[in-house]
Write a protein that binds this ligand. Structure first.
Ligand code: GLY
Length: 376
C-alpha cells in the first residue's frame, strides 16, 4: 500500500487486468482524471434513489468535468431488488441511450448496486468497462474488489453472475458519514473476516480498536478498510477464479454458507448481509469446534467482537431443514455435499465437506452439538 496526500492506494495485481483501489476522505477527487483517461465519450452512473438524492449531482459534476457525457440509471434499493428486473432496467437504459463498447459504467452504491452494475458491465455488448465507487463499508472492503458480479435468483443468492474486474475502485470514506449505523456495523463483519482467515494481528487490532471503529474515527476506519483491501487484493491476485479447493479465494466465504441461508430463509432484506455473515461466522466457529479444529476460546473471541460491534451472534428461530435446503443450493457444493469454510484458529482457515444430514443435526443445537462431539 502507498499513501499520497489524501488517499491510500492498494494494487490488485492481475496482469493486463490490474487495477488500483484508492481509499481516503478525498479519494473521489481522483475520478475526473480517471474518467478523462477512458476511451469512450459516455459514462452511465448506476445507483439507487437515496444516493442519487444525496450525492448524485456531485458525482455527475465530477464526471462531467472530465469532458464525458453522463447518464444516470436509478435502481430500487435493497437485496430484494438484486434481480433480473433491475438488470433489465440497466440494459434498457443503455440501449435506449445508444451506449457502445467504449462506454463505461460507474457503479455508485453498496454491494447490491455494485454487483448488479458490474454484471451489467460484464454482459452488455459482451462486456464494457466499469468503475466501482462503493458507498458502504461492506462494499469498500469486499464486494467492490475482486470482480465478482451478479444477481440473485429466487432459488438462491448470487446464482447468476460473472467474474469481471473493474478498472478502478474509489473508496471515498466521506460517504460513510451518511451511512446508517446498522449498515456500518454490518460492514464490520466482513472486516473481521480478513483477520479470521489470514491475519491474527489484524483481528487483535480490531478487538483493541472496537470503540474507535464504532465512533467512525477516521484513521481507524481508513486503516480497517486499507488492511481489508490489501488482504483481499492479495487473495484475488493469487486465486482470481476461486479454483483452489482448501485455500485461496474460497476462504473469503467464511460464514457465508450459513449466512446466505439465513438471509434467504428470513427473506432477503430482513437481515443485512453482514449481519447474516456475523451469525454465520459464529456458526462456522461452532462447526469447527465440532470437528475438533478449535477450542471454545476461539468461538468466544469471535462472538465477543461481533457482540461489541452490535452484530447478531445467535441463530434466529428458523427451521434447520429450511436452512439446509438453502445451503444445498450453494455454488461451492460438490456431489451433493455442502462445502463449509472452517477455522483452524484465529487467522487460519480451511474448507470441509459436510452432508446435509450432518449440518441439519448441527443446526438443531450448534453449541450443544460441539460439546456432544467431545470438543471443548
Ligand atoms: N466476497 C467474496 C469474494 O469476493 O470472493
Amino acid at each position: 500500500m502507498t499513501t499520497s496526500q489524501s488517499c491510500a492506494r492498494v494494487a490488485v495485481g492481475l496482469g493486463g487486468r490490474a487495477y488500483q483501489i484508492l481509499i481516503g476522505n478525498h479519494a473521489l477527487d481522483q475520478l475526473p482524471a480517471a474518467c478523462a483517461a477512458l476511451p469512450g465519450r459516455r459514462i452511465a452512473i448506476v445507483t439507487n434513489a437515496t444516493l442519487d438524492r444525496l450525492h448524485g449531482s456531485t458525482l455527475r459534476r465530477c464526471i462531467e468535468s472530465s469532458g464525458k457525457g453522463v447518464a444516470t440509471i436509478v435502481l430500487e434499493d435493497g437485496e430484494q431488488h438484486k434481480n433480473a428486473a433491475s438488470l433489465a432496467l440497466i440494459y434498457d437504459a443503455l440501449l435506449r441511450d445508444r451506449f457502445d463498447r467504449q462506454s463505461t459504467i460507474v457503479a455508485f452504491g453498496g454491494g447490491v448496486v455494485g454487483d448488479i452494475a458490474g454484471y451489467a458491465a460484464a454482459t452488455f455488448l459482451r462486456g464494457i468497462r466499469y468503475i466501482q465507487v462503493p458507498t458502504t463499508l461492506l462494499a469498500m472492503v469486499d464486494s467492490s474488489v475482486g470482480g465478482k458480479t451478479g444477481i440473485n435468483h429466487p432459488l438462491g443468492k448470487n446464482m447468476i453472475g460473472a467474474f469481471h474486474q473493474p478498472t478502478l475502485v474509489i473508496a471515498d470514506t466521506r460517504f460513510l458519514e451518511t451511512l446508517p449505523d446498522r449498515e456500518f456495523r454490518s460492514g464490520l463483519a466482513e472486516v473481521a473476516k480478513y483477520g479470521l482467515i489470514v491475519d491474527p494481528a489484524f483481528f487483535a487490532w480490531l478487538e483493541a480498536n472496537c470503540g474507535a471503529l464504532l465512533s467512525r474515527d477516521a484513521p481507524a476506519v481508513t486503516r480497517a478498510i486499507s488492511r481489508s483491501c490489501e488482504i483481499k487484493a492479495a487473495v484475488v491476485a493469487d486465486d482470481e477464479f476461486e479454483t483452489r479447493a482448501e485455500s485461496g479465494r474460497v476462504l473469503l466465504n467464511l460464514g457465508h454458507t450459513f449466512g446466505h441461508a439465513i438471509e434467504k430463509v428470513l427473506g432477503y432484506g430482513n437481515w443485512l448481509h453482514g449481519e447474516a455473515v456475523a451469525c454465520g461466522t459464529v456458526l462456522a466457529a461452532d462447526y469447527s469446534r465440532r470437528l475438533g479444529l478449535v477450542c471454545i476460546d476461539v468461538k468466544q473471541r469471535i462472538a465477543a467482537l461481533f457482540d461489541a460491534f452490535g452484530l447478531p451472534t445467535e441463530l434466529p428461530a428458523l427451521a434447520p431443514t429450511d436452512l439446509v435446503s438453502a445451503m444445498m443450493q450453494d455454488k461451492k457444493n460438490a456431489d451433493d455435499l455442502i462445502r463449509l469454510v472452517v477455522l483452524k484458529g484465529i487467522g487460519s482457515a480451511t474448507t470441509t465437506f459436510a452432508s446435509g444430514t450432518d449440518v441439519e443435526q448441527f443446526l438443531r443445537n450448534p453449541h450443544a452439538a460441539a460439546y456432544a462431539a467431545g470438543n471443548p
